[in-house]
Design a protein around this ligand. Structure first.
Ligand code: MN
Length: 138
């Protein structure tokens, strides 16, 4: 059984619906509950939940930034050219304008973070199984 299975029922915030809108930019199943999507506010806030093994493609936030507030489970954050960072509840990740990166669950755990995002997102190539499978939990 996967670790933190209870996360699929939501942690603090609802898990939301299957993240069909962004499915083409993810490997595996994710869920999205938009908490703030107000045209008068220049950031969006979403609760993103990843099933075990799920991660998003490499991507870049332009003309803005992204803040990840980890609410549960075990996951990864990696910037291009750098070692992956193992994430658990309470971790905060600051992603600045123009930094290529990806984030997602570990192979054997559910994972959830709040994503606060400003600007536009450029989606790039997927994180291959070959590179993802090499990641080792701390
Ligand atoms: Mn991101």
């Amino acid at each position: 059984m996967a670790k933190f299975e209870e996360i699929k029922n939501g942690v603090i915030f609802p898990v939301g619906e299957k993240n069909d809108a962004f499915a083409k930019y993810f490997s595996g199943q994710s869920y999205l509950d938009m908490l703030v999507a107000d045209p008068d506010i220049n950031v969006s806030v979403g609760n993103v939940t990843f099933e075990p093994g799920c991660r998003n493609n490499w991507h870049i936030h332009h003309d803005g930034y992204q803040l990840l507030l980890v609410t549960g489970g075990e996951g990864w954050y990696q910037e291009a050219g750098k070692a992956p960072q193992f994430l658990t509840a309470g971790d905060v990740v600051v992603i600045k304008d123009g930094v290529k990166h990806w984030h997602g669950a570990t192979k054997d755990s559910w994972f959830a973070h709040i994503a606060i995002t400003a600007g536009s997102t450029q989606w790039c190539e997927e994180v291959t199984d070959e590179s993802y499978d090499k990641l080792q939990n701390k």
